[in-house]
Design a protein around this ligand. Structure first.
Ligand code: NAI
Length: 332
């Protein structure tokens, strides 16, 4: 039986985790979930939102499913997400954005995968106050990290039968830093003659994404543009409740929804488990459980097509009712 770490999070985390575990269990895949608590709820007992046992568990199991955790504001704790990415060197942030059945959006044929470099750029956190009226942030782009993420993007495209990898920069202005990212893309792309290449400036990309998103396939971006553009793409397919994600490195992978712990609806049995379920489906594919992944995906789509959804998508189902409907549809 495969061991997988589950960080069941806080806020709505435990509710949506329970729903998703129930669905996976009903689909017949045997997983031994190594459940690890983290986030606001463990601070009092363990003095940190990310105890070492959580990192150790992921290092042992290699793969984790993570529900959202609250980052306490102004208490001196670093974000659990940022810490996990650093500790496990999860250098690639993967955000597939594809329309779901019966989820109304402005566009119908969006199928974009955003691949964001996760470790450097302006997020390296190198800032200084030059004088009382001037602050400075330093943008770090290295050849090693740029080539690594571009290779990840092309490998992803090959493995997932995608046709194009488009690089997004502002290399016309930041000729050295974004220029290096672009140069790395061009070098790596030579090894993938079967994948179409495309280069676009980030401002033009944003305009085109809100006018004609169907034209894009896989996007690869430095950290800051990736952060912004991946949320834009989540908006194109229906927003937070349906946006899945993953942080992947050479040795470990953590699959998680894009949304946070939604403290405003905690404990109300209202949260939409779809984003966590889609992340879990990606996890199942990652560990080679392709049939079960497809089976759960089909049951989710059938449920949405039946008009059953949670309140955030305009429906009436509670978290549990939605999960139960998916379980019923697994049997079809
Ligand atoms: P949020 O994503 O938790 O909530 C924003 C709005 O979306 C709220 O109205 C919420 O009710 C709704 N929402 C979010 N997920 C939903 C779902 N599955 N079903 C139905 N409605 C949903 O963002 P917010 O309020 O900015 O952050 C709350 C906490 O979550 C913060 O402490 C933040 O640091 C943390 N956070 C954690 C993340 C993670 O663990 N990956 C990611 C983003 C935020």
């Amino acid at each position: 039986m495969r061991n997988i770490t589950l960080i069941n999070g806080d806020g709505i985390g435990p509710e949506i985790s329970n729903a998703v575990l129930k669905i996976i269990d009903a689909a017949g895949v045997k997983i031994n979930w190594d459940i690890q608590t983290a986030g606001a709820d463990v601070i009092e007992k363990e003095g940190t939102p990310l105890p070492q046992r959580v990192i150790d568990s992921i290092k042992k199991n290699k793969v984790a499913l993570k529900a959202p955790v609250t980052t306490p504001i102004g208490k001196g704790f670093r974000s659990v997400n940022v810490q996990l990415r650093k500790e496990l060197d999860l250098y690639a942030n993967l955000r597939p954005c594809k329309n779901l059945p019966s989820v109304k959006t402005r566009f119908e044929n969006v199928d974009i995968v955003v691949i964001r470099e996760n470790t450097e750029d302006l997020y390296a956190g190198i800032e200084r106050q030059v004088d009382s009226d001037t602050a400075e942030s330093i943008k770090i782009i290295t050849r090693k990290a740029s080539e690594r993420i571009c290779k990840f993007a092309f490998d992803y495209a090959v493995k997932n039968h995608r046709n194009e990898v488009c690089v997004v920069t502002k290399a016309n202005i930041m000729k050295l830093s974004d220029g290096l990212f672009l140069e790395s893309y061009r070098k790596i792309s030579e090894n993938y003659p079967m994948i179409r290449k495309r280069e676009i400036l980030v401002d033009n990309l944003c305009m085109q994404l809100v006018q004609n998103p169907e034209q894009f396939d896989v996007l690869v971006l430095p950290n800051l543009y990736g952060d912004i553009v991946s949320d834009l793409c989540a908006g194109l397919i229906g927003g937070l409740g349906v946006a899945q994600g993953a942080n992947i490195g050479s040795d470990y992978a953590v699959f998680e929804p894009v949304h946070g712990s939604a403290p405003d609806i905690k404990g109300l049995n209202k949260a939409n488990p779809t984003a966590l379920l889609l992340s879990a489906i990606d996890l199942l594919k990652y560990i080679g459980e392709l049939n079960v992944a497809d089976k759960i995906n089909n049951a989710l789509f059938t449920t949405l097509k039946q008009g059953i959804s949670t309140q955030d998508l305009g429906g009436y189902a509670t978290t549990n009712e939605f999960a139960d409907a998916i379980i019923q549809n697994l049997k079809l």
